[in-house]
Design a protein around this ligand. Structure first.
Ligand code: IDP
Ligand code: MG
Length: 163
């Protein structure tokens, strides 16, 4: 395989974004994807996936000592998730803003969690919290390269002053 499928393009930032099982069950996948598209980010990876426990545990390993960790792993593995790589200028920080605060009752209206959720344990979506974690999480969820493809976004000159 081309090595670039799981390697960030030059000068591009990537975030790992995931619709959690409640978001899939509630039919929010299209609405969520739309919010990232309309902002001006590029979809570089997409797959539906039944998450095995070991991947959920690896993804959330920093939270393994928390009392809610077993429930969190069970939640993430309770149905299919939608795994995505979104690329673009400032995407990690911007995705966190589009997603909203962890507790949906504190998320601003207009954010995904603010608009679609009421509880921290059913908060619909994940987004990487740093550039470093973005690359780490992409490595976990897209380790095989399956669900990724290389493409050149032709709208770049209309989104970026310097392309
Ligand atoms: P984040 O998803 O906004 O980055 P984190 O603190 O990294 O929030 O927590 C990861 C996920 O763990 C949350 O999105 C949520 O699903 C779950 N979680 C966090 N705190 C709690 C809690 O206090 N109770 C239950 N679940 C929690
Ligand atoms: Mg987090």
């Amino acid at each position: 395989r081309s090595r670039s499928v799981t390697t960030r393009a030059a000068n591009q930032e990537r975030s790992y974004v995931m619709v959690k099982p409640d978001g899939v069950q509630r039919g929010l996948v299209g609405k969520i994807i739309s919010r990232f598209e309309r902002k001006g980010f590029y979809l570089k990876g997409l797959k539906m996936f039944n998450c095995p426990e070991d991947i959920a545990k690896e993804h959330y390993k920093d939270l393994s000592s928390k009392p809610f960790f077993p429930d969190l792993v069970e939640y993430i593995c309770s149905g299919p998730v939608i795994c995505m790589i979104w690329e673009g200028k400032g995407v990690v920080k911007s995705a966190r803003k589009l997603i909203g605060a962890t507790n949906p009752l504190e998320s601003e209206p207009g954010t995904i969690r603010g608009d679609f959720a009421v509880e921290v344990g059913r908060n619909v979506i994940h987004g990487s919290d740093s550039d470093e974690n973005g690359e780490r999480e992409i490595g976990i969820w897209f380790s095989s390269g399956e669900g990724t493809a290389e493409w050149t976004p032709h709208m770049e000159p209309w989104l970026r002053e310097i392309g």
